[in-house]
Every structure is written in C-alpha cells, then in structure tokens.
Write a protein that binds this ligand. Structure first.
Ligand code: ZN
Length: 105
C-alpha cells in the first residue's frame, strides 16, 4: 500500500471563489492570478466504468468520475459504486492516482 493523503489539493480564486483542479496559474472564470490552496475531500459519483483490458501488471479495476463542487476528477476504486454514491478521495504520495472510497450519507 502506497502512503496516501486525504483529499485533493485545489486552487481557490480569491476574487471569484472558483475552485480548480489541477492547480492553474490563471483563473478560468475571471482571469485572476491570486489563489489560495485548499484540500477537497468529499464528492459524488456521476459516472463509472470498468477497465476490462488493463495494461500489463494491472488487474481489472473500476474508474469513477467524481464531482466535488466546481471540480471533476477521475478516480480508481475497488468498490462497486453506483452513480450518486458519496465518496471520499485520497491521493498517493508516490503515484499520480486518486482513489475513491464510499462514505455513508
Ligand atoms: Zn476567479
């Protein structure tokens, strides 16, 4: 198991409050260049799929598309998460992978 951090790091525009992931140097909504960093944790599954033909060295796994406020991310999951599931996100400190785990409402 790789070390993990809770949530994902997003930039929040100090002018219009829009959240962006991954971090950007210019706000896509208002053009501001001033941001604060914030961690986002909880989201909702809005789509899902299964990788039936994974690359060598990987097993078959599921991917979910998660909405967190203004931000959308693709995450891997071991669970069978239907659309509408509430999930908590984790990031690996060693690999560029976001993982989604089901949470109770
Ligand atoms: Zn902005």
């Amino acid at each position: 198991m790789h070390p993990t951090l809770e949530g994902i790091e997003v930039t929040v525009c100090t002018k219009c409050k829009r959240k962006q992931f991954p971090a950007r140097k210019v706000c896509q909504a208002c053009g501001s260049r001033e941001f604060i960093l914030e961690r986002a944790y909880l989201g909702t599954v809005i789509a899902r799929t299964t990788v039936e033909a994974p690359p060598s060295g990987f097993s078959k796994h599921r991917l979910v598309y998660v909405k967190i406020g203004d931000v959308y991310v693709i995450a891997s999951t071991n669970g069978d998460l239907p659309v509408g599931s509430k999930v908590k996100l984790f990031t690996s400190t060693e690999r560029p992978v976001i993982r989604a785990v089901a949470v109770d409402d």
